[in-house]
Design a binder for this molecule. Structure first.
Ligand SMILES: NC(=O)c1ccc[n+]([C@@H]2O[C@H](COP(=O)([O-])OP(=O)(O)OC[C@H]3O[C@@H](n4cnc5c(N)ncnc54)[C@H](O)[C@@H]3O)[C@@H](O)[C@H]2O)c1
Length: 326
């Protein structure tokens, strides 16, 4: 199939592009930032369109030119950027989703997969936090009041459901828990989102990592390659009933568990983690786990990576892509 992958050069999108290529599909990557670092080894094997998803004309042209059959929509800006410029944040993270749906409809595409977030959920309630940590399923209310990012994700989900109702376009919104993956950095993704990434990158580069507190905090942490597989499954599955799916690791890891995994994968890793909760300083409501039963049942999604396996994979790809190690 010819599949438009918006944000297909990013931390998760690069694996979607790669997985689709491996399956014999034809991904057409649509991204505003022509940085091919994470797909260096497969350059020339996919079509690339440089463009802004907030332009319906550009999306229309890409879908028509490449006769797009399905869309995986991963282009977005992160919460700090969306809060800093709410109009632009909403344009890229919500209005552009409507444009993606509209361009897909006009091109005759039959399915759009949207990458949502736990940011779309209402403020979290106590039974889902430490110490109980009951996994959150899709029946949890989604009336987000905490960020422009969350409001835009919820609006996008609702508009996908409207396109499904009005035009019969297949639609899946995948709500991701916290993600770690190659290429994630403070500049684009926010400094509090990258502590796990930094732990692995430091270990590979032979640098020490010190996290002053939070070693006992549990969190649902998913490796980008598992995230990407969920996107590809939603894009290629024969059929599914639901419109919204929770995607996570299927369990929780403490920061200490995570550090142990990195030490096992990368001998000599120097990691020091202080005790207690809340390593990111976000307050207790920032840490919970998703119930992924629906994605398991309807999409056949199963997470394959724990921190140790992910860190090994990460080190291998750092070599393979000749990424800088200083
Ligand atoms: N990483 C996480 O922890 C996390 C958690 C929940 C949801 N998500 C969602 O997953 C999706 C992918 O996230 P990611 O971590 O891979 O992000 P990323 O920033 O690594 O990749 C996003 C890509 O989109 C591109 N992009 C940004 N604005 C664009 C625009 N206006 N037009 C065209 N391209 C544009 C960027 O250049 C980038 O390559 C996003 O929808 C994000 O909101 C991520």
């Amino acid at each position: 199939m010819r599949i438009l992958v918006t944000g297909g050069l990013g931390v998760n999108g690069c694996w979607v592009t790669r997985d689709l290529l491996e399956m014999g599909h034809e991904p057409v990557v649509f991204d505003a930032r022509p940085d091919f670092t994470l797909l260096r080894d497969v350059m020339g094997e996919f079509a690339f369109v440089e463009g802004d998803v907030a332009s319906l004309e550009r999306l229309d042209a890409a879908c028509a030119e490449h006769r797009i059959e399905r869309v995986c929509h991963l282009a977005a800006v992160y919460p700090d950027a969306a809060d800093a410029d709410p109009a632009r944040g909403f344009a890229v993270n919500a209005l552009a989703t409507v444009y993606v749906l509209e361009a897909a409809r006009r091109a005759g595409a039959d399915r759009v997969v949207f990458t949502s977030s736990i940011g779309a959920l209402s403020p979290m309630t106590d039974e889902h936090l430490e110490p109980e940590m009951r996994p959150v399923d899709e029946t949890f209310p989604a009336y987000p009041t905490g960020s422009v990012y969350g409001a835009a994700k919820a609006a996008s989900e609702l508009m996908g459901i409207q396109y499904k109702r009005l035009y019969g376009i297949g639609f899946a919104a995948l709500r991701f828990a916290a993600i770690y993956g190659l290429g994630k950095g403070a500049e684009r993704h926010g400094s509090h989102n990258v502590i796990w990434t930094e732990m692995i990158e430091n270990a590979i580069a032979g640098r020490p990592t010190v996290v002053p507190r939070g070693g006992d905090q549990r969190l649902d942490l998913t490796y980008a390659r598992d995230v990407a597989r969920s996107v590809v499954l939603a894009c290629t599955a024969e059929r599914f009933e639901s419109s919204v799916f929770h995607i996570g690791s299927g369990r929780t890891y403490t920061l200490n568990d995570f550090a142990d995994g990195v030490r096992a994968a990368i001998p000599g890793a120097e990691i020091e983690v202080g005790p207690g909760l809340d390593p990111r300083g976000l307050g207790p409501r920032g840490y919970y786990a998703l119930d992924i039963s629906r994605a398991r049942r309807e999409l056949g999604y199963e997470p394959l990576y724990d921190p140790e396996k992910a860190a090994r994979d990460w080190a291998e790809w750092t070599e393979r892509l000749e990424l800088r190690r200083e």
